[in-house]
Structure formats: structure tokens, C-alpha cells
Design a protein around this ligand. Structure first.
Ligand code: SF4
Ligand code: SF4
Length: 449
């Protein structure tokens, strides 16, 4: 097991770490299949309001590859179809029956898995609504099935500091995990399986075999376990730039799907808020956000990652890629003489507040300390970036439409961890600017092809 250590990155001392217990929430009254969290997709709707669907019925597909299906996580009636600007599909909402009726495929044994044609495996996963769990660098779009990736990175830890603990997920799903790994070995001879150092003991207590399966242990500083940060440390050749990655949750779902022949409907998530150490939650795929959390305090928000997640409207449903909810409360009223207060309870990167001297965890809120301001060339963003980038220089190149310069500065190496935006004293949305730049370059390059 190799140790990967990032020299930069940053983990704020935060309250609210989920405990290791697991509770099941009741079956929700609506279930949604969200298109809003799927990058690059051009959704094409396949159902109408009022139509009956089974669990696993395709609800929409991607116009770029109509063999990729996004399927219903429930049996019932299509209650509502929500569109956003320019009639972009946002969600298909199902009114569920209490009993599931599944679209059923033949289960695949491990022996069959080893012999099946690769193209047949890809087709099965596409029809089952799971192929899209495999993502391809650098833009992390759906993996290209004809591509042979130099490596596949499996990150056992999630997008956020308090994403579900891998030992909680694997406790009930070890067989599905092993089947998922057997599947991945059909697509690449190199699997990189990473776990955060502070999770290793729990994983090894779960199964002594884990020590042999995990290839790399990562630092505990955020975002050392992010697949983009792992790739940046490991890659040596140009070919590795188009490697694939997959989350533990999707790998387990693929394994469950192959073993049972039907779409897996449950998911383990965390919902953190303030100082409460809540249990992990077992819910139905596509559960509504407002049944999982109390609303945030005024001015606050619910996100699916503290530094880089989607901001969720409480009436929406949790997406296919989302398993972490952070409820971040609104900023307190302006503090009288706030600039001379010691800030003992405020997280800080730059040691502006005295809290940096103590180990006591603090709570995050939405404070911006004023409006966005111009870049002051302080270099905090560059000192925190885990992939050694110069985010302010890349931002300026993008603003000047100098895409070649942004690429030379390493735009495609950005793992979208969001730390630069968090640390920026001018509150510039660096991570979003870089992500938008990468996405538009990627879309242009697709169009040229
Ligand atoms: S540029 Fe920002 S978002 Fe990208 S890797 Fe660096 S810190 Fe993270
Ligand atoms: S942290 Fe913000 S203000 Fe400082 S150099 Fe980076 S972009 Fe500019």
C-alpha cells in the first residue's frame, strides 16, 4: 500500500462529523430522478406525465448517446416533469407504489463476468442505468466505452470531508464491492483503490482482506482523496490524462445490479448540520431533500459538498451523483467591531482569527465578509491548491479569452475541489470560473471532433 501525501490542501476543523451508526428513513411520498446534477448531459425525455413505470424503466437518455439510460428508482406513476430555463429537463418526479416491480435482467455470476464480451457488459450497464457511474478525465464526463483507460481510480471516500464512511457503506455491501472490482478489471489492468488514512483501521476491522485491496492510502487533508488529486500525483504519461474514476457508491451499485439483475434502490448518505453528530442514513435513491433535513436558517443553504457541491433547493430530489448533504446556516448579523474581534469560533485558513491557535472544531456559516472584490494578488489560492496550480493566473487567462494560456497553466489539472474559492479573501468564485472554463473547452473539443 503506497502513501500519497499532498503538500497543500486544507481541512478546516469542523463540527458535525457523522457517527458510525446507520438509520433507515421511511419510504418517501415522492421520488425524483434528477438531471440537474449530471454534467454535460443533453437529456431526452422518454416518458409522459401520468405514465406508469417500473423500477428500472428508462425515464430519459442522453442525446449524445441514446443507449445510456437514466432509469426510474421507483415503481409508480410519473407525477410531474420539471423543466428549467430553455425547457432543460430538471427532474422526473414519481408518485411511488409501496411495492417494487423491477425491470429484470439475468444476474451475472463472477465466472460469466470474466468471460462476457466487453461490449455486452457495457450494453448491460447502459440499459441498467449504471454505466454513467464511470467517469473519464479530464472533464469527468461519462466514460467512453471504446477507450481503454490507463488506470481506473476508485475513491472509497466521497466528495466531501463528511461524506459517508466507507466502512459503513461496505459493511452491508462487501460482495457487491468485490463484484464491482471484478467488473472494473475487465476495463483496465490497473486499478487504483484509495482510502483516507483515518478510515483504514475501520476498513481493516471490517475485513482483513481490505489491506490487500487498497493500493494507496491518502493523506487526511482535504482533498487528498479526490480522484483528480490522486491522478495528479500518480500520472507520468500523457495517456494517463484520460483515465477513469468511480465512486464507492456507484461501484457497489454496479456490483448489486450484476448480482441481482435489477436496479439497486437504496443509498447511504450523510446529512450534517452544525455541531450534531448524526448517524448515516439509508434512504431510497432519489429521496426528496426536504425529508432528509430541516431547512437551513435564513440566508443559509443546503449543499452536496462544502467546497464544491451543488446548492440544493429543498423541494428537489437527491441526484444520482449525490450522497452528502451539508446544511450551512446563514451568516449572523453584522458584528459590531467585527474586525477587531478574536474570532474564536470562526474557521480560518489564513490565521486571521485566533481560532487557528486552538484545536476546537468550529461551525461553518455563509459569511462572505463583504461583497466580492478585485483580486489583490495575495496568492492564498496558489498556496492552498492541492494540484500546484496558479488559480488566479488561470482565471485571468480565461477572462482574457486566452484559452491556450489557461491550458498551459494547467487548467485541465484542476480537480474542482473548491479550496481556492474558499480561501480567497476577495471572494472570487475561482473554482466555478475554472470549472466553467474547463467545461466550455471540453464541449468545444467535442464539437470539433
Ligand atoms: S484550482 Fe482551485 S479548485 Fe482547482 S484544484 Fe486548485 S484549489 Fe482546487
Ligand atoms: S486568493 Fe483571491 S485575491 Fe488572492 S491571489 Fe487568489 S484570486 Fe487573487
Amino acid at each position: 500500500m503506497e502513501k500519497l501525501k499532498i503538500s497543500r490542501g486544507f481541512t478546516p476543523k469542523l463540527t458535525g462529523k457523522p457517527d458510525m451508526s446507520l438509520i433507515r428513513l421511511p419510504f418517501p411520498s415522492t421520488i425524483g430522478c434528477s438531471a440537474g446534477d449530471i454534467p454535460f448531459i443533453r437529456p431526452k425525455l422518454l416518458v409522459k406525465e401520468g405514465q406508469s413505470v417500473k423500477t428500472g424503466t428508462p425515464l430519459f437518455t442522453d442525446k449524445r448517446d441514446t443507449s445510456i439510460q437514466y432509469v426510474s428508482p421507483a415503481t409508480g406513476k410519473v407525477k410531474k416533469i420539471l423543466f428549467g430555463e430553455r425547457r432543460r429537463l430538471l427532474e422526473v418526479i414519481i408518485e411511488p407504489d409501496t411495492q417494487d416491480e423491477f425491470i429484470q435482467f439475468d444476474p451475472i455470476s463472477e465466472a460469466t463476468l470474466a468471460q462476457m464480451e466487453k461490449a455486452d457488459l457495457v450494453d448491460r450497464l447502459k440499459q441498467g442505468g449504471l454505466w454513467q457511474g464511470l467517469r473519464q478525465f479530464p472533464a469527468k464526463d461519462t466514460a467512453e466505452p471504446d477507450h481503454t483507460p490507463a488506470m481506473i481510480i476508485v475513491s472509497l471516500n466521497g466528495n466531501d470531508i463528511f461524506s459517508p464512511h466507507p466502512a459503513v457503506v461496505l459493511k452491508e455491501n462487501m460482495d457487491a464491492f468485490l463484484t464491482g472490482l471484478a467488473l472494473l478489471r475487465r476495463f483496465s489492468h490497473r486499478l487504483v483503490i484509495t482510502a483516507r488514512e483515518d478510515c483504514l483501521d475501520d476498513l481493516q476491522n471490517l475485513s482483513p482482506d481490505m489491506g490487500g485491496l487498497i493500493t494507496h492510502v491518502t493523506d487526511t487533508a482535504y482533498p487528498a482523496w479526490n480522484p483528480g488529486a490522486v491522478l495528479y500525483q500518480l500520472k507520468e504519461t500523457q495517456a494517463e490524462n484520460s483515465s477513469w474514476c468511480i465512486s464507492l457508491a456507484h461501484l457497489v451499485m454496479m456490483g448489486q445490479f450484476l448480482m441481482t439483475g435489477h436496479y439497486p434502490v437504496d443509498k447511504i448518505i450523510t446529512a450534517t448540520r452544525g455541531e450534531y453528530n448524526r448517524p448515516h442514513i439509508l434512504i431510497r435513491q432519489g429521496a426528496p431533500v426536504n425529508t432528509l433535513t430541516a431547512p437551513a436558517a435564513p440566508g443559509g443553504m443546503v449543499t452536496t459538498g462544502r467546497f464544491n457541491g451543488r446548492i440544493l433547493d429543498p423541494v428537489t430530489h437527491l441526484g444520482f451523483f449525490e450522497n452528502t448533504l451539508n446544511i450551512i446556516d446563514g451568516a449572523p448579523e453584522d458584528e459590531m467591531f467585527g474586525f477587531v474581534r478574536p474570532g474564536l469560533g470562526k474557521p480560518t485558513v489564513s490565521a486571521t482569527f485566533l481560532s487557528s491557535l486552538f484545536k476546537k472544531p468550529a461551525q461553518m456559516d455563509c459569511t462572505l465578509h463583504g461583497e466580492p472584490r478585485a483580486c489583490i494578488n495575495c496568492s492564498y489560492c496558489e498556496r492552498i491548491c492541492p494540484n500546484d496550480l496558479l488559480p488566479s493566473f488561470i482565471m485571468k487567462a480565461l477572462h482574457a479569452d486566452e484559452i491556450e494560456e489557461a491550458l498551459e497553466l494547467g487548467l485541465l489539472d484542476c480537480c474542482q475541489c473548491g479550496l481556492c474559492a474558499y480561501t480567497c479573501p476577495s471572494k472570487i468564485e475561482l473554482a466555478k470560473i475554472l470549472a466553467d472554463g474547463m467545461d466550455s473547452h471540453y464541449k468545444d473539443s467535442q464539437y470539433k471532433d
